[in-house]
Design a protein around this ligand. Structure first.
Ligand code: AHR
Length: 633
């Protein structure tokens, strides 16, 4: 394949090309990124799930003395003869590391003059890995908070460990407990923060935006069940949590402020999803009632961005965050073309949100949650879960779309295998448990198609992002894990996204090839040697954009030989250095990463030099993904 890339023309690209999307699915918040180790810490599951009694004590749910309006249920521990207390099995175990300090707290109710013992114990050997005594402040008729730290004397061999909270009753004692919490060290040491290893995986993708809280969980199953920002704020005692749409309770410990901290820690901009009055049962908020929801979105924006003189800005300051955040992007709803929502979305829902938000925040860019509806200057959101051949067939999808309504590809993944027919998805057909290489290369072809249309595509994000291997509703996913960080596994799609994200094209350049597209799919442009995320939008090539970049994927090459490529960048001088990075999977199309086999993808880096006419020559095997960077200092 011979390519010739011009030195002018093309388009400035969006600086947001690669980002991440989050919703609480697959225990991705609770039991995932949110670092809390105690499962069902405040009985928001409305049961004693994850809890068991110590010794001959008994546990019962109690609602007679709520800890707060938000946390009405507690556990009543009735002692027997010996030690009394309760044990928590964590989110399918608890990781215990000697070098880590674990920070805990709990509320107790009832008179008790002794001391409590908090411990981490092995479920296999019963060995105590960490323990501490906490002098009781517990009194009759009131809730009292206790705080403690645990310093393990050794690391556990695996995550089959539990947390135990005990007391020694003098005679028959009844104490109540609630909001029993334990955190390991978190990313950037944020209180109430995020799991370090998972944040590091996100950081290493070099993302430029965070779409939150995208997905069905934003919408809710029925009226009143949508993700409600206003009850995810402040002290944990003020967060009731809710039954999320993916059939497990959300504590909302990972709430709106924590989302903003997450964005700060990754240095990314937020695409804020606001619930748009469509529920997954098909109910839609009628036009006459929609103002309440629109006002709620405006209040949320004021909470995040308003001056402290505004009511919601003042609330933010009162919670400890006087400095406003910046919100530049809002997405109205999620997949409002589904569940029978499209007509109302087109006729009044999008419009009402759009006009109200723009009236108050003219600089905010608004995405609709469909690829079809276009209202005024709104952007669009395109979602696709599909099969490899279909994903490849979408290489040209955006060629004729208009740049006036930029697209966030807010969810995409190849989730099933080819059937021999070029078809979209049959949801009843089995889905892959893990992304496989042929699917990931097909995603790469789709992404290269998006990059070629970078004037139309605002950004892309794979979905779902996370999967707890012990309880998930959707596979395949980008990053899988258990309580044990040794299990954390990135899918074979991850290194592709990482490679493309690390090498941002800042300005596309037109290229021609007499060979057309397929089996080699490619996009070319300028970039800066230090591209990564965050280049400035709309500026075109600048002195800093000192390299040429070619992104390519080979899908379904019928020839047994590798595909020979000769690329000529106009203006690139003979002898200029180039670096070719190629991703392949030696095990073939079905190669996948699993916790027992984490590196199915091989990365090869080759240094090259431009030949006489400035051309660079190399070859790419079938099912490979490559980035060539040429020129620069
Ligand atoms: O990513 C999983 C689900 O797929 C999302 O919740 C929804 O937006 C989409 O249909």
């Amino acid at each position: 394949v011979t390519l010739s890339v011009a030195n002018s023309g093309g388009h400035p690209t969006s600086p947001y090309m690669y980002g991440i999307m989050f919703e609480d699915i697959n225990q991705s918040g609770d039991g995932g990124l949110y670092a809390e180790l105690i499962s069902n810490r405040a009985f928001q599951n409305q049961s004693l799930k994850s809890w068991s009694p110590v010794g001959d004590s008994t546990l019962e749910l109690d609602t007679s003395t709520p800890l707060s309006w938000a946390l009405p249920r507690s556990v009543r521990v009735k002692s027997g003869k010996g030690k009394a207390g309760l044990k928590n099995s964590g989110y399918w175990g608890i990781n215990v590391k000697k070098t880590d300090t674990y920070t805990g707290s709990f509320y107790s109710y009832g008179e008790y003059k002794g001391s409590f013992t908090a411990s981490l114990v092995s479920d296999i050997t019963n060995e105590t890995l960490a323990t501490t005594k906490i002098k009781s402040k517990s009194v009759a008729d009131a809730w009292t908070q206790h705080e403690f730290e645990l310093h393990p004397t050794k690391s556990a061999a695996n995550s089959n460990n539990s947390f135990v909270l005990e007391f020694r009753p003098c005679h028959e004692t009844e104490l109540k407990f609630n909001l029993i919490s334990l955190f390991p060290p978190t990313y950037n040491n944020r209180p109430n923060g995020m799991r370090r290893d998972l944040m590091e995986k996100l950081r290493d993708l070099k993302p430029s935006f965070l779409r939150i809280p995208g997905g069905n969980n934003l919408e809710g199953n029925f009226a009143g069940n949508h993700w409600n920002w206003s009850v995810t704020l402040g002290p944990l005692t003020e967060r009731p949590g809710r039954m999320g749409v993916w059939e497990y309770e959300n504590t909302d410990g990972l709430g709106l402020v924590e989302y903003m901290h997450w964005a700060e820690d990754l240095d990314v901009d937020v695409v804020l999803g606001v619930a748009a009055g469509l529920y997954l049962n098909g109910d839609v908020v009628p036009e006459e009632d929609l103002d309440f929801f629109v006002q709620d979105a405006l209040n949320e924006l004021e909470f995040l961005t308003g001056d402290v003189s505004t009511p919601y800005g003042a609330l933010r300051a009162k919670l400890g965050y006087p400095k406003p955040w910046k919100i530049k992007y809002v997405e109205v709803g999620n997949e409002d073309n589904l569940w029978g929502g499209l007509d109302s979305y087109k006729s009044y829902r999008l419009k009402t949100f759009y006009d109200a938000i723009k009236a108050k925040y003219p600089d905010i860019f608004i995405f609709s949650s469909t690829d079809e509806v276009v209202y005024k200057e709104s952007g669009r959101d395109y979602h696709k879960y599909t099969r490899p051949d279909y994903s490849v067939s979408q290489f040209h999808l955006f060629d004729n779309w208009t740049a006036e309504h930029p697209v966030i590809i807010g969810e995409y993944a190849t989730i099933q295998n080819n059937t021999g027919k070029l078809e979209d998805t049959d949801w009843n057909a089995p889905k892959n448990a893990w992304s496989n290489w042929i699917g990931s290369v097909a995603e790469a072809v789709f992404l290269v198609g998006a990059e070629r249309n970078a004037d139309k595509i605002w950004g892309t994000c794979f979905a779902p992002l996370f999967q707890n291997l012990n309880n998930y509703q959707w596979a395949p996913d980008l990053i899988s894990y258990s309580a044990d960080p040794a299990d954390t596994t990135v899918s074979v799609s991850y290194p592709i996204i990482q490679l493309f994200s690390e090498h941002r094209i800042t300005h596309t350049l037109p290229g021609v090839s007499s060979d057309g597209f397929g089996p080699l799919y490619w996009a070319a442009g300028r970039g800066s040697a230090s591209s990564g995320h965050g280049h400035h939008p709309g500026k075109g090539p600048s002195a800093k954009d000192d390299t040429y970049i070619l992104k390519a994927a080979v899908y379904n090459s019928t020839a047994s030989e590798d595909v020979p490529v000769s690329v000529r960048f106009e203006g690139l001088r003979e002898g200029s250095p180039a670096t070719l990075t190629v991703l392949t999977a030696p095990e073939g199309p079905w190669a996948k990463n699993t916790p027992d086999h984490k590196d199915a993808v091989k990365k090869t880096i080759t240094r090259l030099r431009a030949g006489k006419g400035g051309e660079i020559e190399f070859s790419l095997p079938d099912l490979s993904v490559a980035v060539l960077v040429a020129g620069g200092k």
